[in-house]
Design a protein around this ligand. Structure first.
Ligand code: ATP
Ligand code: MG
Length: 562
């Protein structure tokens, strides 16, 4: 970060929400901004959630307010402690902190219950004995009004009595619900007497078996916001039609806070699904290696893959906050990752598909240490010493036997520069019985140490290499997009759209020894090959490295940087 402390970079660039906040501060409506991120602990967070986290926590930071983490745990059947813990880990990894402000909707179950009784007392809620099917059938459609329930006009006393007995566990699951009494003819279906409580005997991760009735999301959410003094309740566009209901609940109970719900467009990425239900299906069916599979669009997957959290925060920033539904090309995310790593990743050399080279005029048994820059543009990264010897590995794809004129790498009789080392010329090609190239013979020019020739002789190509006796053996995992279609969510069966080539495992890769010397979490650039990080979750004899992203324009870059 190069900004001075006086003008720290904003998390969230100006948008229609920050303008509302600015106006509310200017008018004195609010003095401090309070937002919240309200995940349901029923899965791992994905890239879409990151947008909401960066918006809510980011606004709180930008305005020196606060952001609450509130688990919206009203649907115990699908929730777990594992999910809740993973959500906390992911938010912290992104670099945000809720401080003391960790809440649970379940903390408010008693209060919510009392508000439900208040609605009953006011004649604004009733117990309905219709079956779920009848309720659905009587709800009407977009063009037809709904039909009033035959139980809609029960007396306050009868409703109170029945609701209390619902709580006491006198009735079987699904036999009755509590509904708000609003308007069965409302053009907004959400206002057609929405269900606010249902009977469900289900163990809850926090309240255990205390409750057999659970409040519905719409009822719970706005009241939880108000109880916490949230000023701006930011949610995605699909809740726009729920806003009148959000307001109705708060207008009809005794509470002195009324947060403003504001909706923004979800973040969607091409070639990706952002739905916990679908991601869960991939995990359950074993189509990926778990929620943190490096190909998953989950934050835990991206973390394991090696994505820096700064890149995800940058994605949230550059995609802006709007009301327009758009799907972001994957290249935008990849670009954020590359930009961040180009600045922060130390450079090393690694050969992914090795071809052995013997330098015939180099003394046997000798090792020479050459100085290499850890970052071509940033001196502060310093330098390191890399071993050079008579036997090295180069990338198989950097050699061609019948090379076209424009192939500036190794070919019989051609000279190239070994990065940070010498000019070498290929003198011979060794093949196995089937005619596969298994080794090259070269000579080097001792005058070209460091990569320049005193006689001014130029070579067009520079290739990377690793000294054979010093090389670290590694497995490298290359990732491609998880889906082969742009919008897998639109497919009848999105699992059929999985890209069969999304994971490629390379064994016998050869890396320069310094990659094991540093911190195991260092993200490296393997020159010309991409950005890599060690994946310590595999139990293998050799280290495993994930390719985080390939390099864009790798050729152009290295030649200029050289
Ligand atoms: P999913 O559809 O993946 O289950 P959800 O909205 O049901 O997502 P929640 O746990 O309720 O999951 O989400 C927590 C918060 O994250 C909500 O405020 C929700 O609006 C927001 N959110 C979820 N998906 C996205 C997205 N793609 N873009 C922006 N915000 C999102
Ligand atoms: Mg939700």
């Amino acid at each position: 970060m190069s900004e001075t402390p006086e003008t720290p970079a904003k998390n969230v660039s100006d948008n229609f929400i920050t303008r509302i906040i600015d106006a509310d501060l200017a008018s004195g409506k609010h003095r401090q901004i309070v937002t919240r991120f309200p995940p349901e602990p029923n899965g791992y967070l994905h890239i879409g959630h990151a947008k909401s986290i960066c918006l809510n926590f980011g606004i709180a930071e930008d305005y020196k307010g606060r952001c609450h983490l509130r688990f919206d745990d009203t649907n115990p059947a699908k929730e777990s402690v594992e999910y809740a813990e993973s959500i906390k880990r992911d938010i912290q990894w992104l670099g945000f902190d809720w401080g003391e402000h960790l809440y649970h909707a379940s903390d408010y179950f008693e209060t919510l219950y009392n508000y439900a009784e208040e609605l009953i007392q006011k004649g604004l809620a009733y117990v309905d004995d219709q079956s779920p099917e009848e309720i659905r059938a009587n709800r009407g459609t977009l063009t037809e009004p709904g039909v009033n329930s035959p139980y809609r006009d029960r007396s306050v006393e009868e409703n109170l009595d029945l609701f209390r007995r619902m709580r006491a566990g006198e009735f079987p699951d699904g036999s009755r619900v509590l509904r708000a009494k609003i308007d069965m003819a409302s053009p907004n279906l959400n206002l057609r007497d929405p269900v606010i409580y249902r009977i469900k005997r289900q163990h809850h991760i926090r309240t255990g078996d205390k409750w057999v009735i659970y409040p519905m999301y719409d009822f719970t959410h706005g009241i939880s916001d108000a109880l916490e003094g949230i000023t701006h309740s930011l949610c995605t566009l699909e809740f726009e039609d729920h806003r009148p209901l959000y307001d109705w609940f708060l207008d009809n109970i005794t509470i002195d806070c009324h947060p403003q719900q504001i909706e923004f467009a979800r973040l969607e990425l091409q070639y990706t699904v952002t739905s916990k239900r679908k991601l869960n299906q991939l995990v359950e069916q074993g189509l990926v290696d778990g929620w943190d599979d490096p190909r998953m669009p989950t934050l835990s997957g991206m973390r394991r893959r090696g994505y820096p959290p700064e890149a995800i925060r940058e994605l949230a920033r550059v995609t802006h906050v709007t009301k327009n539904k758009t799907t972001i090309p994957l290249s935008v995310l990849e670009g954020c990752v590359r930009d961040e790593m180009n600045k922060t990743a130390p450079r090393v050399m690694g050969v992914l598909e090795p071809l052995k080279v013997v330098i015939e005029n180099y003394p046997e048994g000798e090792t020479e240490w050459l100085t290499a820059k850890n970052h071509p543009q940033d001196e502060s990264f310093g330098t390191r010493e890399i071993p050079f010897s008579r036997e090295i590995y180069v990338e198989r794809s950097d050699f061609m036997e019948d090379a076209p004129r424009k192939f500036f790498r190794l070919a019989p009789g051609r000279e190239v520069r070994l990065r940070y080392a010498y000019y070498v010329t290929c003198t011979d090609v060794i093949k196995d019985e089937e005619g596969n190239v298994i080794e090259l013979r070269c000579t080097y020019d001792p005058q070209t140490r460091g990569g320049n020739s005193p006689d001014g002789r130029k070579v067009k190509g520079t290739i990377h290499w690793v000294s054979a006796p010093h090389a670290v053996d590694a497995e490298v995992r290359l990732y491609d997009r998880l889906f082969r279609t742009k919008n897998p969510a639109a497919s009848e069966d999105f699992t059929k759209d999985l890209n069969p080539e999304s994971l490629k495992i390379l064994r016998g890769c050869k890396l320069e020894p310094s990659v094991l010397e540093g911190d195991a979490s260092t993200r490296y650039q393997f020159e010309r090959m991409g950005y890599f990080v060690r994946d310590t979750q595999h139990e293998t004899d050799v280290p495993v490295f994930n390719r985080i992203e390939s390099l864009r324009d790798s050729w152009g870059k290295i030649e200029k940087a050289g």
